[in-house]
Design a protein around this ligand. Structure first.
Ligand SMILES: Nc1nc2c(c(=O)[nH]1)N[C@H]1C(S)=C(S)[C@@H](COP(=O)(O)OP(=O)(O)OC[C@H]3O[C@@H](n4cnc5c(=O)[nH]c(N)nc54)[C@H](O)[C@@H]3O)O[C@H]1N2
Ligand SMILES: Nc1nc2c(c(=O)[nH]1)N[C@H]1C(S)=C(S)[C@@H](COP(=O)(O)OP(=O)(O)OC[C@H]3O[C@@H](n4cnc5c(=O)[nH]c(N)nc54)[C@H](O)[C@@H]3O)O[C@H]1N2
Ligand code: SF4
Ligand SMILES: [Mo]
Length: 736
C-alpha cells in the first residue's frame, strides 16, 4: 500500500482559492487572519434590508453571522461577520445553509404526544398547557417512585443547555449527560492528566504539525481550520496520519495511511528518537516535567523498527519526522484533535500525543500548546435544594476508571439503565441531542428507551431520538432564539464573547428550552430558581463587563487579542507534582498505566474490516443531513472500500452492499476508492434515519450508529467507536 502521498497540485489550488488570506497575511496582527472578502459582501444591503448580528449554530463553532432581513421580515441571506475574529470572517457550507433549517417544512410545529407503539410514528397534537402539565406530572411521579435520580437528562452543545443542567440540579437528579462522552472526553482526560489543563494549540504560528486522527479541513474547528492554511502559507509543514485520504490529507505536505488503532506505537517511537538522539528540550524537560527518567527507560522497548511493524509507517520516516519536529520546536506540535471517541485506550493514545508535546518543550510558547484563556462572564447564582433520599452517586459511577462527573458516560449510563443497576432510571429528558444516531449501537439505545416510563425530547425536527420519545416539544432554531451570551476560547490567536439574537420571531408554536424548564419548574414548585428572563440572565453575565456589552451590541462580538506566550511562567501545573506529568502519579492508584503502554489493537477476524467514523464538510454529526440544501449536495452516504478488497468480494463502484456487525447492519452504495486502507471501511454519519418525519434523509443510506458496537475508553468512559469489525457483501449490482 502506498503509505504516503504528496499532492502539491491540489494544495496549490487550495491556496489560490484562499488567496484573500494571503493578502492579509502580509499586514500582520489582526488582519493577518481576517478574510477581507467578507467585509464587502456584508456591506451590500439592498433597499429596506436590515442586518442583525448573531452566531451560527449549525455546529458547535458559533461563527459570527450577519443576517440580512428583507422588508417583510424574511431572512434573505446569512453573511459572515467580518469583525468576528474566531471565525476569521467566514461561514462554511453548513453555515450558509442555515436559512434552510429555519424554513424547513419538516420543522416540528406543535407539541406531540405519542399514541401508538414507540417508534410507530402515531402522534396526537396537544396544547402546550397539556404538554407541560403532563411532563411535570411525570417528573413528579417518577421522582417520587424512583427518587429524583430516576429521571435523567441529556443536553447537546447549546448556549441554553446550561438551563438543562440547572433544572436537573434543582429538580434533584445528578444523572445528567452531555454529548461530550460521545465526543472528546478522552482527549480532555489525557491532556488534563499531563498538563493539568487542556491546552489550546497555537496552530497559526506553528511550523510543523503532526495531525493524527483529525480531519481539520472537513471537520471544521474555527479558527484552527483556517489558521492551519495560513500557517502553511507561511511555510509550516502539515503531516496527516489517517487511514483515509481525507481532504486534510489531500492538502497536507505528507499523508501516512496509518493502521487504525496504532497511533500510540508511532508516538512512542517518536519519543524513543527524541530521547535517544537527545533531540528533546533538555532544559524544559528538567525544569517543567515529572518522570523523565522513567519515561526514558519505558520507551526503550519502542524503537522505530518495532513501530513500523505496528503502524505500517516506515521506520526511517518515523525517525525523519521526529527529527523534523525537534528542528522546528518549540513551534512544532502533535495536534491534540477533538473527537476521540475511538478506542478502548483512547485516553492513553492521546496521552502519547501530550507527552511528545511536552518533550518538544512547546508549552506556553509561540506555535505550541498555549494556556487557554476565556473571559469570565457572570451568572445568576443559586443554591440547589438537597434531597436526602437520593442515591449516593451517578448511575454510571465507577464504570470507568476516571470519569468526569459533570459529563458522565452515555455508554455506561445506558448499560446501567438497561440493567436497572445500581438503581432504576425511568424518565429521560433530551434537549438538542440525537443519541439514536450519535450513540454507538442504536438497537441498545432502543432497548434502553423501552425500559423507560416516560421520555421527553425537545428538538426542532422529528429526529430519530424524538421519533422514539413519548412527548415531543418543538423548539425554535438558532435564528429565532435569544440565548445567553457565550464566552469562547477561539485558539491562541483570540478569545471573545458572542451573542445570539433572534432574527425572526419564533415560528409555529415553538418555545425555547428556557421557557420550557421555567414552566416545568413553576409546576414543580421550583419556580424561584428560574425567576428571571434571558435578558436578565444576559445582563447578569455582562454586569461587570461594560466594554464587552458595548462591543457585542455594536459589532456582534467582543474580540480579545491573542494569548501571549509566557502567561503561565512561574505558575505551578495543576497536577500532583505541580509539573507536566510524563509519568502520571494518580493513575497507578486507579489501576491505570502511569505511562502509555502499547497494546496492539484487536485483529480483524478473517473476512472482516475495521469500520471507522468521521464526517465531511456538509454534515454536522446527525443533524444536517435532512437540510434541503445540504441534502442536495449529499443525498446519502456510501461505503468507502479499497479496490483490492472490493475485487475479492466482487463489488464494483456503485453496487449496493450490506455492511454488518454483531449488533446491526445497513445497506448503501459502495464507493470503491484507493483513498482508504484495504483493511478499513468508512461511511459518513447521520444517514439511514428511522424517523419518517425527516422526509429527505429517511431511509437514505445506512446508519453507522446502528452498526458500531459500543465499546468504551477504559479511563474516561468515552464511547469507543473504532473497535468494530464488519463484513461487507454485495446485494445488488449498480445500474449501469
Ligand atoms: N455515528 C456517529 N456518532 C457520533 C459521531 C459521529 O461522527 N458519528 N460524532 C460524535 C461527536 S464528535 C459528537 S460532538 C456527538 C454529537 O451528537 P449530538 O449531540 O447528538 O449532535 P447532533 O447529531 O448534531 O444532533 C443534534 C440534535 O439537535 C437538534 N437540533 C438542532 N438545532 C436545534 C435547536 O436549535 N434546538 C433544538 N432543541 N434542537 C436542535 C437536531 O435536530 C438533532 O436532533 O456525536 C458523537 N457521535
Ligand atoms: N463539517 C463538520 N465539522 C465539524 C463537525 C461536523 O460534524 N461536521 N463536528 C465538530 C465536532 S463536534 C468535532 S468533535 C470535530 C471532530 O473532528 P475530528 O476530531 O477531526 O474528527 P473526525 O472528523 O471524526 O476525524 C477523525 C479522523 O480520524 C480518522 N481515523 C480513524 N481511525 C484512526 C486511527 O486509528 N488513527 C488515525 N490517525 N486516524 C484515524 C478517520 O478516518 C477520520 O478522518 O469536528 C467538528 N467540526
Ligand atoms: S463551522 Fe460552519 S456550521 Fe459551524 S458554526 Fe461555523 S459556519 Fe456554522
Ligand atoms: Mo464532537
Amino acid at each position: 500500500m502506498a503509505s504516503k502521498i504528496n499532492s502539491p497540485i491540489s494544495r496549490r489550488n487550495f491556496m489560490k482559492i484562499s488567496g484573500a488570506a494571503a493578502a492579509g497575511a502580509a499586514l500582520g496582527g489582526r488582519s493577518q487572519v481576517l478574510h477581507a472578502m467578507a467585509a464587502d459582501k456584508a456591506a451590500q444591503l439592498s433597499d429596506g434590508e436590515r442586518k442583525i448580528f448573531s452566531a451560527c449554530d449549525m455546529c458547535f463553532n458559533k461563527c459570527g453571522i450577519i443576517a440580512r432581513v428583507d422588508k417583510s421580515g424574511n431572512i434573505r441571506k446569512l453573511d459572515p461577520n467580518p469583525n468576528y475574529l474566531k471565525s476569521r470572517g467566514m461561514l462554511c457550507a453548513r453555515g450558509n445553509a442555515g436559512v434552510a433549517q429555519l424554513y424547513d417544512p419538516d420543522r416540528l410545529k406543535h407539541p406531540l404526544l405519542r399514541q401508538g407503539e414507540r417508534g410507530e410514528g402515531k402522534w396526537r397534537q396537544i396544547s402546550w398547557d397539556e404538554a407541560l402539565d403532563l411532563a411535570a406530572e411525570k417528573l413528579k411521579t417518577i421522582g417520587e417512585k424512583y427518587t429524583r435520580c430516576g429521571f435523567m437528562f441529556m443536553a447537546g452543545t447549546d448556549l441554553q443547555s446550561t438551563f438543562v443542567h440547572r433544572f436537573a440540579e434543582v429538580y434533584g437528579s445528578y444523572n445528567v449527560l452531555s454529548h461530550e462522552s460521545n465526543c472528546l472526553i478522552s482527549r480532555n482526560r489525557a491532556f488534563l492528566d499531563t498538563f493539568g489543563i487542556v491546552p489550546i494549540p497555537d496552530t497559526l504560528n506553528c511550523k510543523y504539525i503532526i495531525m493524527p486522527g483529525a480531519n481539520r479541513f472537513e471537520a471544521l474547528v474555527t479558527p484552527d481550520s483556517m489558521d492551519i492554511v495560513t500557517a502553511m502559507q507561511n511555510g509550516a509543514k502539515l503531516v496527516v496520519l489517517d487511514p483515509r485520504y481525507t481532504k486534510t490529507a489531500a492538502l497536507a505536505s505528507e499523508w501516512h495511511a496509518i493502521r487504525p488503532g496504532t497511533d500510540m506505537a508511532f508516538f512512542l517511537a517518536v519519543m524513543h528518537v527524541l530521547i535517544n538522539e537527545k533531540l528533546y528540550d533538555e532544559k524544559f524537560v528538567a525544569e517543567m516535567t515529572f518522570g523523565f527518567e522513567k519515561l526514558r527507560d519505558h520507551v526503550q522497548q519502542y524503537s522505530p523498527q518495532w513501530a513500523e511493524q505496528e503502524c505500517e509507517i516506515a521506520a526511517n520516516d518515523i525517525v525523519r519526522m521526529a527529527r523534523e519536529l525537534a528542528a522546528a520546536a518549540p513551534a512544532a506540535m502533535v495536534y491534540p484533535g477533538r473527537r476521540s471517541s475511538d478506542y478502548e485506550d483512547s485516553t492513553q493514545i492521546r496521552r502519547s500525543y501530550a507527552i511528545v508535546n511536552a518533550l518538544l518543550g512547546n508549552w506556553d510558547r509561540t506555535g505550541g500548546m498555549m494556556l487557554p484563556h476565556k473571559i469570565k462572564v457572570g451568572t445568576i447564582p443559586y443554591d440547589a435544594p438537597f434531597y436526602d433520599n437520593n442515591p449516593d452517586d451517578r448511575v454510571d459511577a465507577e464504570r470507568a476508571k476516571m470519569m468526569f462527573d459533570e459529563e458522565g458516560s452515555f455508554k455506561h449510563t445506558r448499560d446501567a439503565v438497561i440493567e436497572g443497576k445500581p438503581y432504576p432510571i425511568k424518565g429521560w429528558f433530551t434537549y438538542k441531542t440525537n443519541p439514536m444516531q450519535t450513540g454507538a449501537n442504536r438497537n441498545k439505545t432502543i432497548e434502553m428507551i423501552n425500559k423507560l416510563d416516560f421520555m421527553i425530547t425537545v428538538d426542532i425536527t422529528m429526529s430519530d431520538t424524538a421519533w422514539m420519545a413519548d412527548l415531543v416539544l418543538p423548539a425554535p432554531s438558532y435564528l429565532e432564539r435569544e440565548d445567553p451570551v457565550s464566552s469562547f476560547q477561539g485558539s491562541s490567536a483570540c478569545s471573545g464573547v458572542t451573542i445570539r439574537n433572534p432574527i425572526v420571531p419564533a415560528m409555529y408554536e415553538s418555545r425555547p428550552l428556557f421557557d420550557i424548564v421555567k414552566a416545568l419548574a413553576q409546576r414543580l414548585e421550583l419556580g424561584e430558581y428560574f425567576d428571571f428572563t434571558i435578558k436578565d440572565y444576559r445582563a447578569a453575565q455582562l454586569k461587570k463587563l461594560p466594554e464587552v456589552a458595548a462591543a457585542i451590541e455594536k459589532e456582534g462580538v467582543y474580540n480579545e487579542p491573542g494569548v501571549e506566550p509566557g502567561r503561565h511562567k512561574g505558575k505551578p501545573f495543576r497536577t500532583v507534582s505541580q509539573k507536566i506529568e510524563l509519568f502520571n502519579q494518580r493513575y497507578p492508584d486507579k489501576g491505570i498505566d502511569p505511562m502509555p503502554v502499547y497494546r496492539a489493537p484487536k485483529k480483524a477476524p478473517s473476512g472482516h474490516f475495521r469500520l471507522v467514523v468521521g464526517r465531511n464538510a456538509y454534515i454536522t454529526q446527525s443533524s444536517s443531513t435532512n437540510n434541503v440544501i445540504l441534502h442536495q449536495l449529499q443525498p446519502e452516504n456510501s461505503l468507502w472500500i479499497h479496490p483490492k478488497a472490493a475485487r475479492q468480494l466482487g463489488i464494483s463502484y456503485g453496487d449496493r452492499v450490506e455492511v454488518a456487525s454483531p449488533v446491526g447492519k445497513g445497506q448503501l452504495a459502495a464507493r470503491v476508492t484507493d483513498e482508504i486502507r484495504s483493511d478499513t471501511v468508512y461511511m459518513d454519519s447521520g444517514f439511514g434515519a428511522l424517523s419518517k418525519g425527516l422526509s429527505n434523509v429517511y431511509g437514505k443510506g445506512a446508519s453507522n450508529a446502528e452498526i458500531i458496537e459500543d465499546y468504551a475508553d477504559e479511563v474516561s468512559g468515552n464511547m469507543a467507536m473504532h473497535e468494530t469489525f464488519v463484513t461487507v457483501k454485495k446485494i445488488q449490482a449498480a445500474r449501469s
